[in-house]
Ligand binder design. Structure first.
Ligand code: DGL
Length: 270
């Protein structure tokens, strides 16, 4: 289907609704702000339901459809970014069915750039259990890795997104958890890791502690921002406002650290 470049008729500033279960999608917002500074970003952190990684696909679909309704019907969003691998896997088909004319960009683990980046042919994939078990990820791997001599080291990371939400990245149990997952990868010669959850770029420094500074960490915010620009058109500066909605508690200092600017945060119930 050909997507039209929709612009907000009021002001010519495109309104982009972006969501995730919590802080993670802000790593995608960072890239969108760089490439489309003139777009108005509305970000919803669904912290009442975080983490998505241990929910059923059915539950995640329900949350995602409700969030899309909020953006489209209450805020007249021109486009939607599912800044969450888990929600993309569970809900993007349902979102596209419900809003066939809305440009919708999803998030998928960066297996393709990892294949281009690896030298050892050994690639780690860190993601939620729900993403790794989803048909979308399996299809991606079958499509891209079928004829390549690569080994994938897939690691579900239960508890990591919650610890990031709770500001417990530096806690000893979080570090021990990361070492337990990553040491086998390092010993196997993994040189590239796909960060298949938008929360994990926030843990990049901690991951490098075990894997070494040279490990390539693949995140997909840049690719998502480019795709969004193709769909809604250029949005050069001046920098448009950004607003954050949270359905539950959110670490405001972490928000500011990740996006690098002060942002108004409103608590809402959906
Ligand atoms: N940030 C999300 C992702 O990209 C999910 C984290 C979670 O809520 O489990 O998969």
């Amino acid at each position: 289907m050909k997507q039209s470049k929709i612009q907000n008729p009021k002001s010519n500033i495109p309104i982009i609704g972006v969501f995730d279960s919590g802080l993670g999608g802000l790593t995608v917002v960072r890239s969108i702000r760089e490439r489309l500074p003139g777009a108005e970003i509305l970000y919803l952190a669904d912290t009442a339901h975080t983490p998505y990684g241990d929910k059923t696909h059915e539950e995640i679909r329900r949350y995602s459809l409700e969030i899309a309704r909020f953006f489209v019907e209450e805020h007249r969003a021109d486009a939607l970014v599912v800044a969450c691998n888990t929600a993309t896997s569970a809900a993007i088909a349902a979102l596209r069915e419900r809003y066939p004319d809305l440009p919708i960009v999803g998030t998928e683990p960066g297996v393709k750039p990892a294949l281009q980046a690896t030298r050892s042919g050994k690639i780690g994939v860190m993601a939620t259990a729900a993403t790794l078990a989803g048909e979308k990820y399996q299809g991606l791997v079958d499509r891209l890795c079928g004829e390549r001599e690569v080994e994938l080291y897939e690691q579900a990371c239960p508890g990591l997104a919650e610890r990031i939400e709770a500001g417990r990245l530096d806690a000893e149990d979080t570090r021990a958890m990361l070492r337990r997952w990553l040491e086998p990868m390092r010993e196997a010669g993994v040189d590239t890791i796909v960060l298949g959850c938008t929360h994990y770029p926030i843990a990049a420094a901690a991951i490098r502690e075990t894997m070494g500074e040279e490990v390539r960490l693949i995140e997909t915010g840049g690719a998502i921002a480019r795709r969004l620009r193709d769909l809604v058109g250029e949005a050069p500066g001046p920098r448009a406002p950004m607003r954050i909605f949270a359905t539950g508690p959110i670490d405001e200092a972490a928000v500011e650290r990740i996006v690098g600017e002060r942002v108004r945060i409103d608590r809402i119930e959906l």
